[in-house]
Design a protein around this ligand. Structure first.
Ligand SMILES: *Cc1c(COP(=O)(O)O)cnc(C)c1O
Length: 432
């Protein structure tokens, strides 16, 4: 066991002891060569590259594409479902046949929310929180506009996340209100992309199901960092990215989950041929298959899918409990370091202090967050900036060691103590 950090904060030795006790430590070597001493703390935006992905893509490109050409479709066609099964059973706590890897998170959200709205005819309300990820809010806004429905935004606490009392009010919960029967869909993130606040999934599922509303979860910042347990928690619909903690690569296809009891009831809005019964019969009218493939649309991106499949394999090998435990160890290290050194340098804790309520990243507020992030990159530390004032640190449980994280925090402390970030451009660029 690593010694608990004292009031001087965690030392590098403390971090090394955490690494020595880390059952996932061997998996770090399964990632591609890492630039000397780079502290990569942006695993929640783009996960590191697994070595197996390099080999898999080389094989897919030269053999499956280059040599076998069209003949490869005989197995490529099963890949969205195979990768989905691996993800469902290995990471999400769901059964085979419930999950598909396809399209982007944005497109999948559109598909599932639209399908859910159609399954609740006559109901006029969609609900999300004002702090939800932008694309999620925009997709819901667009669906509401196209169908003449109303989008209700409940408040989001900058640290604690969506206000579930306000959600209860909309759902006509114990505090009264009569709108519950009018709610078609609630869509929330499991882990808030800014604060990492974890929303109480079971409470939301139960409150929504009492009034017959469907819930669509976005697991983008959750899958691979916290335990998701879709079936045990009664989740019916979910989407999420594979390029964050699941290390699927830039723009890798996302996933969607639909509880099997809803497959027949739900019909998604994009009637593509990959959802069709007997697809190659090229029949006259759309007649979707009964299973999860009815949520497929068109020809899958095989290169992206092959890369996603390798990242999912690694996450499944580690397992969700070990990933969550490691993630918690790493974020606790950040909070302990913050208490000992960073609070005094003008930082504030922008994430829940209670580890049980916190996902896989920690946000630190600072008025000079943008110049600090720029200066850190020049010092071999890659953080993430979330405007206007957050330095977001996302250590990836698959690939970040405690020592790597500690070194990054130490350089952050030295930087801000020296004031060297003052020389950097104060205004953010296009991609932050
Ligand atoms: C990262 C993320 C997305 C990204 O959606 P794309 O379609 O891949 O651009 C969507 N929602 C949430 C909550 C995210 O964290």
């Amino acid at each position: 066991m690593a010694p608990a950090p004292g009031h001087d904060g965690p030392t590098r030795g403390h971090a090394a002891a955490l690494d020595a006790a880390d059952p996932l430590a061997p998996l770090r070597d399964r990632f591609s060569d890492q630039e000397d001493r780079l502290c990569y703390l942006d695993g929640n935006s783009l996960g590191r590259l697994p070595r197996a992905t390099v080999e898999r893509l080389a094989r897919v490109v030269s053999d499956e594409w280059g040599r076998d050409l069209i003949r490869s479709w005989s197995h490529w066609v099963d890949l969205p479902r195979q990768a989905g099964d691996r993800l469902a059973t290995g990471v999400l706590g769901a059964s085979e046949g419930s999950t598909l890897v396809a399209d982007s998170t944005t497109v999948n959200l559109f598909k599932l929310v639209s399908a859910a709205v159609d399954a609740r005819p006559g109901r006029r309300l969609l609900v999300t929180d004002e702090g939800n990820f932008p694309t999620d809010r925009y997709v819901l806004e667009g669906i509401a506009a196209a169908r003449d429905l109303e989008l209700r935004l409940i408040p989001t606490d900058p640290i604690a996340g969506p206000d579930l009392d306000a959600l209860d009010d909309v759902l006509g919960g114990p505090r009264g209100g009569r709108s519950g029967d009018d709610v078609a869909v609630v869509s929330l993130s499991h882990v808030d992309y800014r604060s990492a606040a974890v929303t109480d999934v079971v409470a939301v599922n139960e409150a929504a199901s009492r009034v017959g509303a469907l819930v669509v979860w976005d697991l983008s910042h959750a899958a691979g960092a916290v335990e998701v347990d879709l079936e045990e928690r009664g989740c019916e619909l979910a989407v999420g990215c594979t390029y964050k903690y699941l290390c699927g690569g830039p723009g890798a296809p996302a996933f969607l989950y639909v509880a099997p009891h809803l497959h027949r009831e739900l019909r998604q809005p994009i009637w593509g041929w990959f959802g069709q019964q007997d697809q190659f019969a090229m029949g006259p009218a759309y007649d979707p298959v009964a299973g999860i493939e009815r949520f497929a649309v068109g020809t899958p991106s095989i290169l992206g899918l092959a890369a996603a499949d390798e990242g999912i394999r690694l996450a499944a090998e580690a397992g969700p409990a070990a990933l969550a435990a490691k993630s918690r160890t790493l974020t606790e290290l950040v909070v302990a370091f913050y208490d000992a050194h960073l609070a005094a340098l003008g930082f504030t804790l922008g994430s829940p202090r209670d580890a049980a309520r916190r996902g896989g990243h920690v946000s630190l507020g600072h008025v000079a967050a943008w110049p600090i992030c720029q200066a850190l990159v020049d010092r071999g530390v890659v953080p993430d900036f979330r405007g206007p004032d957050l330095v977001r640190l996302g250590p990836a449980p698959l690939s970040t060691s405690a020592v790597e994280l500690w070194d990054g925090l130490d350089r952050l402390r030295d930087l801000v103590a020296s004031g060297d970030h003052d020389g950097y451009d104060p205004s953010p660029g296009r991609v932050t």
